[in-house]
Structure formats: structure tokens, C-alpha cells
Design a binder for this molecule. Structure first.
Ligand SMILES: NC(=O)c1ccc[n+]([C@@H]2O[C@H](COP(=O)([O-])OP(=O)(O)OC[C@H]3O[C@@H](n4cnc5c(N)ncnc54)[C@H](O)[C@@H]3O)[C@@H](O)[C@H]2O)c1
Ligand SMILES: O=C(O)[C@H](O)[C@H](O)COP(=O)(O)O
Length: 387
């Protein structure tokens, strides 16, 4: 069996090695010629899987995408050819939740105030949105949800988007990208909606770049410095609009979901699905793949301030490093190319390829050595305390 896998998918050899020959490929540049004799195709979000990619292949048994999003997959075409497909729903939700939580703590550190005093609105209350809410609620932050698709079938309370915009200090976006339908999300935050943001709103986008009209965002940010923006995803990836970058507080190259656990979970979910299709037992364990954190245990006496909480989260992941690298890589390249050449393909993709996967909070075991109650840190995701 020939298994063609994106080179940026960890643990493919460990999980699929027994099943056949593995060939790793650059997912963004994959051609129909390379795919034509594959039995299994494992992709990430940068590969458009459609008729033009699969047209020459008559033997494909499975296509898997180790991602939450499926906007790069022509599922109708796969269904028309009876090719089984699976993505990895929820695989990196914890990573996104922790990323957004850390980003909010970084903004507090930079601009003052207290996260506990903020009201945070989550747009899209599925896996990633709920993971952000879980972190915030563990820390007693007020969370409001907007999700017209599941409202009615989900027991949580939801409010309309305009109400959420009016009531929230922070808005975090977690919707899939959809171009049609009653609840389409393409440019959900268009110029009109961006203009309606309250004074001093913080807007985070960790879902898909085109949920925000990036040109309109540039226009508005130029006259509304009170709005603070965190962007992990960009319209037109891998070529973000350069003039937007200096207007953004924290800028990263679509890596909010890049925890080692999240990536391993993605590959593992595809392994489970393929084994099911092949009628075999999935007898490998995901846990055995993950190395221990370099310092797996920490003594915590108390969390005396939000700065200490930020310091604890920075122990796991210092978001400022990715932000700094992003600005250096994209903007340095752009000045060399005299602002006109937006082709930053390699810079953006290389940062993603070389990203040192951070760990999730759960990789760190906390030991409570003091009198104060730090058990709530387990609800935030850390291991040890309160368990
Ligand atoms: N930056 C990253 O690294 C990263 C990582 C994971 C996922 N993502 C992106 O985030 C998206 C969401 O991921 P998820 O796991 O939460 O998906 P999900 O399917 O679990 O949840 C998405 C939610 O959005 C809701 N929704 C749809 N249209 C809406 C609208 N118009 N307004 C409000 N809510 C709406 C859906 O009802 C659903 O509950 C993915 O589709 C993917 O594109 C990005
Ligand atoms: O949809 C997803 O799961 C995320 O956007 C994911 O983090 C994308 O990462 P990629 O597949 O491009 O490596």
C-alpha cells in the first residue's frame, strides 16, 4: 500500500509504517502526477483536494485531513467517487483554546486592566470556541456565546451577534469559513460590523483569515487605534497583507492549533479511521508517541496576580516568540522586495513547517506547595493540582 503524506504531519511513520510505504510530500505543491498511484492520501489544510488533484488516481482507499477545517476538501467530489474521507474534528481545539487565553493575558499585560473584569464574546461555540470558553471560565471570566447554527439544540445560552459586539470587551472568532447559506462566515466581520465595535474592543481571529475583511480592518485600524487585534489567520494566506501586520498586536502564521498534542491527535484520528476502514485493530497508543516536557513538574505556592498566571503560561508557551519571528520574517522580506511583492509564500509556510510545537497545559504537572487554593488550574488544563 502506498501512503502519501504531508511532510508536516508528525508520527506518520510510527502510526502508518506497518501498513505500507510512506512517501512524504510538500502539501502545498502536491500534483496529480504524485498522487496518481497512492492508496492513501494524508493532507493538511494547505492541500486543495479536488478533481484536479485526484483525477488520475483510480485506486484511492482513503483521504484523511489532520485538521479541523475542511474548506480545502471537495467532499462532494470524494463522495461522488465513493472515496472515504475523514478530518480530525476537535484535534487541536485545546491548543487553540490555550492560545487565545494566553493572547488575552498578553494583551492585559501590555494594556493594563484585569482579564477577570472583562466580558469575552465567543463567535462560534464548537470545539475551539468551547475550548477558549473552558479556559476563561476556569478563571472566572464572564463568557457570552453567539452561534445561530447550534442555538436551540445546544443547552447553553446564546445571544445575537450585534448584542455580543455591544456587550463584550473581547471578541474571539471560532467559525468555519463558509461562502454561502444563511449563516455564511465569509467577511462576517465586514467594514460595517468592524465599525460597530465598541471603543477599546479586542478582536482575536484564530479560525480563518477571510472571516474578517482584512482591507476593511486596515482602514478601520488606521483611524481606530483603540481597537486591539490578534491575528493568527490572514486573508490570502500564505500572503498576508503586509500593511496590516504593524496594526496587529500579536501576529502569528496560523499556528494557534500547533501543539504537539494537537498535531499528534490529528494524525492519530486518521490512523484510527483508516484502521476501521481496513477492518484492523488500532492497537497503537497516542500517549506513547508524546515525549515528556523538558520540566514536567512545577511547585506552585499560589498565583498572586495575573502577571504570575501569564508567567506560568509562558513557561509552556511564550507567544511573543512567534509574534517576533512573524514580523521579522514577513516584514524583513517585504522591505527587501520594496513593498510590492507580496509573494511571501516561503516565509509563511517555512515558519509553519519549522514551528517548534509547543505543549498543551496538560503536559505540565503542578504540585501545590502552599496554602492558597490553586486547584482551579486543573480546570484550565494543567495536570496534578485538584485531580
Ligand atoms: N488557527 C488554527 O490553527 C485553527 C485550528 C483549528 C481550527 N481552526 C479553524 O477554526 C474553525 C472552527 O473550528 P472548531 O473546531 O471550533 O469547529 P466546530 O465545527 O467544532 O465549531 C464551529 C462552530 O461555528 C458555528 N458557526 C457556523 N457558522 C456560524 C456563524 N455564522 N456564526 C456563529 N457561529 C457559527 C458552528 O455552528 C459551530 O458550532 C475550523 O473550521 C477551522 O477553520 C483554526
Ligand atoms: O483547521 C485546522 O485544523 C487548523 O487550521 C490547522 O491548524 C491547520 O494547520 P495545517 O493543516 O495547515 O498544518
Amino acid at each position: 500500500m502506498k501512503i502519501l503524506a504531508d511532510e508536516n504531519m508528525p508520527y506518520v511513520q510510527e502510526l502508518f509504517g506497518d501498513l505500507g510505504t510512506i512517501e512524504t510530500v510538500n502539501g502545498r505543491e502536491l500534483t496529480s502526477e504524485q498522487v496518481k498511484d497512492a492508496d492513501v492520501l494524508l493532507v493538511r489544510s494547505v492541500t486543495q483536494v479536488n478533481e484536479s488533484l485526484l483525477g488520475l488516481n483510480c485506486k484511492l482507499k482513503f483521504v484523511g485531513s489532520a485538521t479541523i477545517g475542511t474548506d480545502h476538501i471537495d467532499t462532494d467530489y470524494l463522495a461522488s467517487r465513493d472515496i472515504p474521507f475523514s478530518n480530525a474534528p476537535g484535534c487541536n481545539a485545546t491548543a487553540v483554546g490555550e492560545f487565545a487565553f494566553i493572547a488575552m493575558l498578553e494583551l492585559i499585560n501590555r494594556f493594563g486592566g484585569k482579564l477577570r473584569d472583562k466580558t469575552v464574546g465567543i463567535v462560534g461555540a464548537g470545539n475551539t470556541g468551547s475550548a477558549v470558553a473552558k479556559c476563561l471560565e476556569a478563571y472566572d471570566v464572564t463568557v457570552l456565546l453567539h452561534d445561530p447554527v447550534i442555538q436551540g439544540s445546544d443547552p447553553r445560552d446564546f445571544i445575537p451577534l450585534d448584542e455580543l459586539i455591544a456587550r463584550c470587551d473581547v471578541i474571539s472568532l471560532h467559525v468555519p469559513i463558509t461562502k454561502t447559506g444563511e449563516h455564511k462566515t465569509w467577511y462576517l466581520f465586514d467594514e460595517v460590523r468592524l465599525n460597530s465595535l465598541q471603543q477599546g474592543t479586542w478582536l482575536l481571529n484564530c479560525c480563518r483569515g477571510e472571516v474578517i475583511d482584512n482591507r476593511a480592518l486596515i482602514k478601520i485600524k488606521q483611524v481606530r487605534p483603540d481597537i486591539k487585534v490578534v491575528l493568527d489567520v490572514w486573508e490570502g494566506e500564505p500572503n498576508p497583507m503586509h500593511e496590516l501586520i504593524p496594526l496587529v498586536e500579536l501576529a502569528t502564521p496560523h499556528i494557534a492549533g500547533y501543539s504537539l498534542e494537537g498535531k499528534a491527535r490529528g494524525t492519530y484520528m486518521l490512523y484510527q479511521k483508516l484502521m476501521q476502514i481496513l477492518g484492523k485493530d488500532a492497537d497503537k497508543s497516542m500517549k506513547s508517541l508524546l515525549p515528556a516536557l523538558w520540566s514536567a513538574q512545577l511547585d506552585i505556592e499560589s498565583i498572586p496576580s495575573e502577571k504570575s498566571l501569564l508567567q506560568l503560561t509562558r513557561f509552556i508557551y511564550d507567544l511573543r516568540d512567534d509574534d517576533e519571528l512573524f514580523r521579522k520574517t514577513i516584514l524583513d522580506n517585504s522591505s527587501k522586495n520594496a513593498q510590492v511583492n507580496y509573494d511571501n509564500n516561503n516565509g509563511f509556510d517555512l515558519m509553519r513547517k519549522n514551528h517548534k510545537h509547543r505543549r498543551e497545559f496538560s503536559a505540565l504537572r503542578l504540585v501545590n506547595t502552599g496554602q492558597s487554593d490553586v486547584n482551579w488550574l486543573s480546570n484550565l488544563g494543567f495536570s496534578g493540582v485538584g485531580q
